[in-house]
Design a protein around this ligand. Structure first.
Ligand code: SF4
Length: 241
């Protein structure tokens, strides 16, 4: 199992991140660019939008991150807002019947499982953490339905701590670029923690998620329009536009 980049030259991190940030800035400033082949969408991943709207409230971020698993951004956003309106804190969610939570979480994927996990999490936070979301990886991973992706996102978005949240987009693009050579997202996280300068850890998820949704698409990426094409090894890319 190899997770490290076997190329001995380090990627030009500053240039790549600067190119991605410029691209995102232009996307925000140019509304016509927000239409993508997969349809219109907000210019930020849903959890980042929730983080902004709820002033980095850890509970809001934890809830929306759990809802976001295997769920489209637009659904994550509307479902998170509806649920947080009824349950703005763990006590609010604990007071709702599980059926009601499931109804609010629908149509997010696995809504029944998510509702059950959210109920358990609310009870644990009330009993063990004085109604607060814990701020360590270990404590977060002990919560039902919380994996490394969720824990990293909560640590970075809610507590401004260093972490690298690796989802399918970060995993796919990191491999295509040649930054890592990994099979599982957890291997990607380990490899990125070793290679990526720490100053970029927190922001890389939002940048690559957006890039993966718009340009570096899973099946046929838009390499002809890619702003980081000169730095990409295009590993595993057999078809592109
Ligand atoms: S060149 Fe293609 S594969 Fe590489 S990052 Fe750009 S869109 Fe993705």
């Amino acid at each position: 199992m190899s997770t490290m980049n076997t190329d001995h030259t380090s990627p030009p991190w500053d240039l790549v991140v600067a190119a991605l940030e410029t691209w995102r800035k232009e996307l925000r400033e140019e509304p016509s660019q927000r239409e993508t082949p997969s349809g219109p969408g907000s210019e930020e991943p849903a959890v980042s939008t929730v983080a902004e709207q709820y002033k980095r409230d850890p509970w809001a971020i934890l809830v929306s991150t759990i809802i976001s698993l295997r769920t489209k951004d637009a659904v994550t956003l509307t479902v998170s807002q509806a649920l947080l309106q009824k349950a703005p804190n763990p006590a609010g969610l604990a007071a709702l019947p599980e059926e009601e939570v499931a109804r609010l979480v629908y149509p997010a994927g696995f809504y029944r499982t998510k509702a059950a996990n959210l109920k358990k999490i609310a009870a644990i936070l009330m009993e063990q953490y004085r109604h607060r979301v814990p701020a360590t990886m270990e404590e977060l991973l002990a919560l039902p339905g919380v994996g490394r992706k969720t824990a990293n996102l909560v640590l970075t978005e809610a507590f401004d701590l260093d972490g690298i949240c690796v989802d399918i987009h970060v995993h796919r693009i990191s491999n295509r670029l040649g930054w890592v050579s990994s099979v599982h997202p957890e291997q990607t996280e380990t490899a990125l923690r070793a290679a990526l300068p720490r100053k970029y850890w927190k922001g890389i998820n939002a940048l690559l998620v957006l890039y993966g949704q718009r340009l570096c698409r899973p099946v046929s990426p838009f390499c002809s329009r890619c702003v980081i094409r000169p730095y990409c090894q295009r590993r595993g890319v057999t078809r592109s536009r």
